[in-house]
Structure formats: C-alpha cells, structure tokens
Design a protein around this ligand. Sequence first.
Ligand SMILES: Cc1ncc(COP(=O)(O)O)c(C=O)c1O
Length: 303
Amino acid sequence: MWESKVIMMNGELMPFEDARLHPLSLAVAYATTVFEGVRAYRSPESGEFAFFRLDEHIKRLQTGMKVMRFEQAYDVDFFTECLTRLVHANEPDSDVYIRLLVYIEGAGLMATTGPVGFTAAAMPRKKPKFAETGMSLGVSSWQRLSDNASPPRIKCTANYHNARLTMLQAKADGYDGALMLTPQGKVSEAPIACFFMVRDGKLITPDITSNILESITRDTIITRYKELTGLEVEERVVDRSELYFAEEAFLCGTGQEILPVTAIDRLPVGDGSVGPITEKMRQDYFNIVRGVSDVHPEWRTLI
Ligand SMILES: Cc1ncc(COP(=O)(O)O)c(C=O)c1O
C-alpha cells in the first residue's frame, strides 16, 4: 500500500514528517480546530481519482469556521486546488483519505480569532474491520453533546472528546462501537458515524435535531434510497427501545463508509446477520463513489 509522503501546511507542500504546530497555539490549548475527513476514490476502470462530495465537505468546514469566528476565510476553489495538488504529490495507487484541519495557529487568549492556518494530509486507509461481518454496538452512558453546549453539527475537534469517551467506554465494555443518546434519552449517533435502522421494512434515521453531525454520507443514503425505492427515509426521533425492534442497522460516514450493525446491547439485530437493505445501500454507495455507476456525476470531482 502507498504511504503519505507529502503534507500541506498553509498551502505549502512539505515532507510528511516535517509538519509542526506550536504547543501553545490555540488549536492545542483550546481545541480551536474545525476539520473534514474527505475521500478520493480511484475508479477501477479508468484508474482516475475523484473526490466524493468535496464541495459539501468544504461548505460544512466554512460554516464551522464562521461559527467559531475565525478571522480568515478560504473559498471552495482554493481548497479544491490545494487538495488536488496534495493528492498528486503523494502519488497514491489506491483510495485516499484526506484530513483537512483549519485552526488558530497562534498563541493567545480564549477569544483570539487568528492567525488561522490549515493542514491537509492524504493517507491510505485499510478497509474498516467490520465492513463485511458487521459490528456490535453498546448504548453508551455518556450523553451526546447538545446543540446549546457544543453544537454537534459543527465538525470541531472539541466535540471529539465526547466521542472519544464514548468509544473508550465501548471498548472497555467489550463492544466494537457505541451509540450515544441525547440528553432527552433519544438515539443520536455513533462517535464518528451516523445511524440507520430498518423497522417493518422502513429505513429510519434520527433527525438532524437529534444532536448529530449533518453527515454527507447520511444525505447520500437518504437521497439514493428515495431514488432506488421511491420511498422516503423516515427522519425522526428514535427511542432507545426501538433499537431492539430493528430488523437491520448500519452506521455511515466518510471514514467508516457503510458498516453493518449486527448486535446492539448484546441483542441480535434481526437475525444477527447483514441485512438486504444494508447490503443494497452499501453496494450502491461503492458504485457511486468509485464512478462505477454514473448517477450523480456532480458528486464526484475528478482530480
Ligand atoms: C460524529 C460524526 N457523525 C457522523 C459522521 C459522518 O459524517 P460524513 O458522512 O459527513 O463523513 C462523522 C464523520 O465524520 C462524525 O464524526
């Protein structure tokens, strides 16, 4: 597998191991960082690489920077050009996972808003461990952050303290992953992915006011499910106990892609195997991101 050779800081390419940030930067001291995980998939036919839904990722990043009142803005074209240069410079021969982090790089006080800097890294990624077999989830006793405390729809690193505590608890308790509940006790999302379940043959996902990240993969599934079946995904409040009625479940996200969930709280989901709707959505997703299917060409930006 290829290796990351080159990283980009503030638009400049440099050897991967040379990237540096001062430990007193606000990014370290107060977690003043917003970020995106983006993928560039290689077409199995042409060998060409394409970013998947890059504009949407950059727009979410820009909104995060606005909410965090960063004093500098970057436009979509600028980041597209930077990430394109980054991918070329690394000469990958298989799919690429990109981290794009924007932060306050100077030292300062709590309300300091600049100077702003960014880092972009391109990395290979192994197929997630549970992609074929499915994974077990445990409902966490850590609550999901709420909108009025630290809004989960902003993809800022500070929010991942909550996610990490959840993940650590799940591992300690012997689960593959976790699901978080809102302070009202309703299903929210997993630490780094959104949640879908099938009940009575209908695809359901917690609505966007359930303290979730407004996931681009979630939107892809909602859009494609409608196009494939003519049915709407039910976006609604989900009770915890409904989890135990589910016939199928899966997680989704750029990094996780589509991960089947086969057990929750040590109870099997359905018959405990990967279900047909999960499989169908997963196949469809991979065909689209890799350009095997030509639907939604606007979602792919050729590199
Ligand atoms: C908390 C959280 N929810 C959901 C997602 C999925 O979001 P997306 O599909 O935009 O990658 C992620 C992944 O980045 C995440 O960190």
